[in-house]
Design a protein. Structure first.
Length: 498
């Protein structure tokens, strides 16, 4: 059992997209079993089989064979659970599964706007036949829903209707969190094969909202459940629309095209559950946006323009740089970039107009800085409801900022193999670049990768503080905010300034 579980986990990490054919094990013939003593039931089933066409065209709620017919399902009929006198293999749909199919069918047949969409449903069978996700110890969602859009892209949604009385909230619920892993898998497939297929998942709770929200604790509103891809049977009109909606285009571009520190940080916000944790992480990401943008600006700055920019980096970094300092670095570099007509990335940064605090990107940035300073000095929201409201407002500002930074999709970040490390044997030197139209932009020493001694993962770091007397730099990771010290980066900064 241990071996098979780990083998399945290994397999799931290497999943690919393949065409669905009629030979797939999900297209299984039903086997009907009746007790020998139930003579009347046997005769009814035999009679039904003689008029087999009716089985495919007509549904029935009662014996001998309760079933649903839905023209968007890839085979007919869908057999329902019956009484003890009759058993089927595969087993019939239970009540929550039946309710989902009925709701989806009513949505499609009652005038919903499906223009530009084709949809198909397939029941996903269990172990040995269906599609499972092994990191969750063998989770086989009940249904697979395909949505094909007019532009040619597809969305594949794994839907799991079931009661949740015994379920824990995320992050301790792999079934609920499956959508996060599927988004990563989608991006991996897109980058590897170029296929525009978005994978997603939803859990549809048969447990009423009032009961589950009480069990999961304070702050679990319907909106918060929906953000975590948990829908409820009693509110599925809006839920079906969410299942069929295409992937947000901005989120897709960020996830697949933006440089890693921006893409990872923004994507991470979707995995945080508690509004208090989300708010803190949102403000940390706001700092990361400024740190990344300022670090790239410094990397772009020509040697003979350092004095013109009037940057006092030693002062900024002397006790730990603030978000306001990062903004000033970008602003001073932007003034110089106005003359960089032959460097599109520099011009794009200059056009952000980060110093304009009355509108656009500049206004959002200054409001994010204020929110972070208020939070740091305990002036921010404290009650859960106020925190959730503030989080929504900050998220919208972050969304607009990321939209304004869309030009970074044209400048992917890449890492070269490098065996060179600084003299602390920590930060790798000169291995991170932005790919430009006419070459590449080295990000060292302002951004570097290193193995974090705390989490043992390779992380991406920016310069957070610089002690020039001791000749050490404190680096902070974009991923988790972990810090390490480096003398090698200190040496490189000294060389850059000189």
């Amino acid at each position: 059992k241990f071996y098979h579980l780990h083998q399945q986990r290994w397999d799931s990490e290497r999943m690919t997209i393949e065409p669905l054919t009629e030979s797939h094990d999900n297209f299984a013939n039903y086997k009907v079993m009746v007790r020998r003593s139930s003579r009347e039931m046997i005769e009814e089933v035999a009679s039904l089989m003689e008029s087999a066409d009716a089985v495919y065209r007509m549904e029935a709620q009662g014996p001998p064979l309760p079933r649903l017919v839905f023209d968007r399902h890839l085979y007919q009929p869908l057999v329902l659970e019956g009484d003890d006198k009759l058993k089927t293999t595969p087993v019939g749909l239970n009540d929550s599964e039946k309710n989902f199919v009925n709701t989806l069918r009513a949505y499609c047949h009652n005038g919903a706007d499906l223009s530009g969409k084709e949809l198909f449903l397939l029941r996903n069978l269990s172990r040995g036949k269906g599609i499972g996700f092994f990191k969750t110890a063998g989770f086989y969602p009940d249904f697979i829903l395909w949505v094909k859009y007019a532009g040619g892209s597809q969305k594949v949604v794994f839907v799991e209707p079931h009661g949740m009385r015994n379920d824990d909230p995320p992050p301790n619920n792999d079934k609920v969190d499956l959508y996060l892993a599927l988004r990563d898998l989608s991006d991996h497939i897109t980058q590897k094969d170029g296929q525009e297929v978005f994978l997603d998942s939803y859990v549809i709770s048969a447990t009423p909202y009032e009961e589950l929200s009480k069990k999961w604790g304070e702050g679990w509103t319907r909106e918060r459940f929906a953000k975590k891809h948990v829908l409820f049977e009693d509110d599925m009109d809006a839920g079906i629309a969410a299942l069929l909606a295409p992937r947000n285009e901005l989120e897709r571009r960020i996830s697949t095209s933006y440089p890693y520190p921006l893409a990872h940080g923004y994507g991470l916000l979707t995995s945080v559950v508690d509004p208090r944790d989300i708010y803190r992480e949102q403000l940390r990401f706001a700092e990361n946006i400024l740190a990344f943008l300022a670090s790239v600006s410094l990397a772009l700055l020509r040697e003979d323009d350092q004095e013109k920019a009037k940057l006092d980096l030693k002062k900024y970094w002397s006790g730990g740089i603030s978000t306001g300092d990062w903004k000033e670095v970008i602003q001073r570099c932007s003034k110089v970039f106005a003359g960089y007509k032959d460097v599109p990335l520099a011009i794009a940064i200059q056009k952000l107009k980060i110093g304009s605090e009355q509108k656009g990107f500049g206004r959002d940035i200054i409001e994010l800085i204020r929110a972070k300073n208020d939070y740091k000095h305990d002036r921010g929201p404290t009650e859960l409801e106020d925190m959730a409201k503030a989080s929504d407002e900050v998220q919208e500002k972050l969304r607009r900022c990321m939209q304004a930074l869309g030009f970074f999709a044209d400048y992917p970040m890449h890492e070269t193999e490098s065996s060179d490390v600084d003299r602390d044997q920590r930060a790798r030197t000169g291995n991170l670049f932005l790919r430009l139209n006419d070459g590449q932009l080295p990000l060292h020493p302002f951004i570097a990768s290193a193995t974090c001694p705390r989490c043992r993962d390779t992380e991406t770091y920016f310069v957070d503080a610089w002690d020039t007397k001791k000749g050490t730099v404190r680096l902070k990771s974009f991923e988790r905010g972990h810090t390490i010290s480096s003398t090698g980066i200190s040496d490189a900064l000294t060389d850059w300034l000189n």
